[in-house]
Design a protein around this ligand. Structure first.
Ligand code: NAD
Ligand code: GLY
Length: 360
């Protein structure tokens, strides 16, 4: 098992990575301060893992709430199901919520914990690769609003993160690949040695080799923890974690969240950000090719949606959270393994990038 640490003063917490960590009573209970525990999960994950987690909580007063599965249920009204369950059980401010699931369950449970009786403890047990390397670490919690994704939320850190690599055995291939996009992201933004390692070990990862998985998850979480420790509330550097996301969100919105998973849209978006960085002379054609090859070898798409126009990209990117005083800012690379957020790209270079990706 590997152990990492997110250094945030009195909000610091450990991350444990390994097989069966969710069934380890000592590890799980170590960060649960009170007697009451509410496990929040969904209808897909409950039959797979709820029993193991409940058993590991032996000795506590444990209840659970099973939410419907899907991004479309990441709403305030679904969140009410968690509050209903907590109040029905008369759970008080000493309760700990346990998020057992992917990023949707994790984001909602964290936000429920931030709100219930003005804030109670929560523990993350992420079960998708994406949630293990990204959403469970760093304290971004929230739900969607009809007018925007993740628009209602809070920064609220967990007490601990237990990453059980066994859960990846039941994850569908497409969801696993989507998580790989975020893993590749860490190599591109902060760690060229890790990028090299990913190229050499992509096959082992895609075969879900345990040692390769633990290494890739630990490297990813370490980079995320380092960035979050520097800028918890995203007033600066944390935005580099969004490499490819501005293009990617435009793709997700244009395709109505139906044809690309988030990680798939981010994969295409990262290639677009690389292309723009190449036009600015920051990375080489070879760097772009290596990234495309790695993305494709992980079963991820590399093409913009058919028929999505430059105008659609521009209008959707104009509402990105990183737009500041009307100016579009993008995460770009200074070189392979180093990212920054800036608006220093020539508009003609962005047009050329969009032009080269848009196709009928
Ligand atoms: P998800 O939570 O919807 O999970 C994907 C699917 O896999 C679901 O159907 C889920 O039930 C199923 N599943 C989960 N674990 C499984 C397992 N072990 N075996 C079989 N099936 C399993 O999607 P996700 O990709 O984990 O998370 C996406 C969400 O994360 C989005 O809402 C996004 O906004 C959020 N997110 C948050 C942050 C953050 O910093 N908080 C970062 C990135 C993404
Ligand atoms: N997923 C980006 C962040 O946590 O900041």
């Amino acid at each position: 098992m590997k152990q990492l640490h997110v250094e945030l003063g009195d909000r610091s917490y450990p991350i444990y990575i390994g097989p069966s960590v969710m069934s380890n009573t000592e590890l799980l209970q170590q960060h649960i301060r009170g007697q009451q525990v509410m496990v929040v999960t969904n209808e897909t994950i409950a039959p797979l893992y709820l029993q193991q987690v409940t058993q590991a909580l032996a000795g506590k007063t444990v209840a659970h709430v099973i939410l419907p599965d899907g991004e479309k249920f990441k709403t305030l009204s679904t969140l009410n199901l968690v509050f209903d369950a907590l109040l029905e059980k008369r759970f008080n401010r000493t309760v700990t919520l346990v998020a057992l699931g992917g990023g949707v369950v994790g984001d909602m449970t964290g936000f429920a914990a931030a709100c219930y009786q003005r804030g109670v403890d929560f523990v993350q047990i992420p079960t998708t690769l994406l949630s293990q390397v990204d959403s469970s670490v760093g304290g971004k919690t929230g739900v969607n609003h009809a007018m925007g994704k993740n628009m209602i939320g809070a920064f609220y850190q967990p007490q601990s993160v237990l990453i059980d690599t066994n859960t990846l055995r039941s994850l569908p291939d497409r969801e696993f690949a989507a998580g790989m996009a975020e893993v590749i992201k860490y190599g591109l933004i902060a760690d060229v040695a890790f990028f090299d390692w990913l190229e050499a070990n992509a096959d082992a990862l895609m075969a879900r080799d345990e040692a390769a998985l633990q290494y890739a998850i630990a490297q990813s979480c370490q980079t995320k923890a380092d960035v979050v420790a520097q800028d918890e509330r995203e007033s600066g550097i944390r935005a580099i974690l969004n490499l490819g996301h501005t293009f990617g969100h435009a793709i997700e919105t244009a395709t109505n969240y139906t044809s690309y998973l988030h990680g798939e849209a981010v994969a295409v978006g990262m290639l677009m950000a690389m292309d723009l960085s190449q036009r600015m002379g920051a990375v080489s054609e070879q760097d772009c090719k290596r990234t495309r090859d790695l993305i494709v070898s992980c079963g991820l798409p590399s093409l913009s949606p058919k028929g999505m126009s430059q105008e659609t990209y521009m209008s959707l990117m104009a509402v990105d959270k990183k737009v500041l005083d009307g100016s579009l800012r993008l995460v770009l690379l200074k070189r392979l393994g180093e990212a920054y957020v800036g608006n220093d790209f020539p508009p003609a270079a962005l047009e050329a990038t969009l032009g080269s990706f848009c196709h009928e």
